[in-house]
Ligand binder design. Sequence first.
Ligand code: KG4
Ligand code: ZN
Length: 329
Amino acid sequence: MKDIITLGIESSCDETSVAIVKNGREVLSNVINTQIEIHTQFGGVVPEIASRKHVENISNVTKQALKEANMTFEDIDIIACTYGPGLVGALLVGVSYAKSLSYALNKPLVGTNHIEGHIAANYITNLDLEPPFLCLIISGGHTHLVHIKNYKDFEILGKTRDDAIGEAFDKVARVIGLGYPGGPKVDKLAKQGQANIALPKTHFDNLDFSFSGIKTAVINLHHKDPQINKANLCASFEKTVTEELIDNTLKAAKSLGIKKIALAGGVSANSYIRNSFESLKKDGYEIFYPNIKLCTDNAAMIASAGYYNYINGKISNLTLNAIPNLKLE
Ligand code: KG4
Ligand code: ZN
C-alpha cells in the first residue's frame, strides 16, 4: 500500500505547530512554536495575542516542518487541521491556512477534533496500541474518560462538571505564587513535600469528575495561612486529584472488562499521576502514555488523528469552520 503523508496543523490555543506524519504513526517532523513566554506576563493565555502570534508564525513553522522532514508540498497527501475545541480566533488561523493549502495544492482537507488529537498522541508513542481501550484525557481545557471503541467511534463515559484538571493545577499554582503554566511547577514542588493535608474529594454516582471544590479548598488554606508548606499543599493536591482519576478509571475498566488504559493531554505529563497509573500494572492493567513532548499541544497528534479520520472516510470540504466548543463524538 502507498504511504500516506499527512501535514498536520494545530493552533487551538497558544502553540503554533505543524507536523508531517507518515501513515498516522511515524513522525517525520513536529515543529512547535510556543507562546508561553508572552502569555506568562499576563498570568494566562490572552486570546487576541494568541491569534496574532499564530498569524505571524504559521507560515514559517510550516516551512520548517517541511524542511525537517526533507519534503516539499508536493510530497503531502492530506492536510489535517484542528477545527475545535479551542479559542475561536486561534483556531481560525489554522483552519484558514489549512483550507488555503488544500485549495492551492488540490489535496484533501481533514478537519480534526483537538481531543481526538490528544488521544492519537498515544498511537505515535505506542506503535502496538490498537482500540479498544480506555483513554483518560486530562488537559488544560478538558477532563474526559472515554471508551475508544475503534479509530472513529468514541463513547464519553465521564467528564468534569466544572473545571478541567489542568485549570485547577494552573489556578493553584497561580494563587500560591508559582506562576504560569502551573502544572509543571506544581509537579516539581510536590516532589519535595508530603501529602499530609486532607482535602475534599468528590464522588458522583456516575463517572463524572469535579475539581473546583478541591481547588477552592487549596486556595482557602493558603489564604488562611500564607506560611503553609507549599510543597505539602502541592503533594496533597496531586494525591487527591489522582485518587479521583484512578477511582473513576478503574470503575469504568471493571464494568467494561477493559485492561488497556491510556492517558492523554498536558496533565498526563505529571510524574505523580504517571507513577500512580503505572502501579496499576501489578493488577494486570496495560498502561499507555504519550511521550512527554506529545502530551501537550502539538501538530503530530493532529496529523495522526487526521490520518485515521481520512482512512475512515471523514473528509472535510472548504466550508470547514472553527467550532470553539466542538464535542467529541
Ligand atoms: O493539553 P494541553 O497542552 O492544552 C489543552 O489542550 O488544554 O494542556 C495544558 C495543561 C496546562 O494546564 C498545564 O499546566 C498542564 O497541561 N500540564 C501539567 C504538566 N505539564 C503540563 N499539569 C501537571 N503536571 C505537569 N507536569
Ligand atoms: Zn490540548
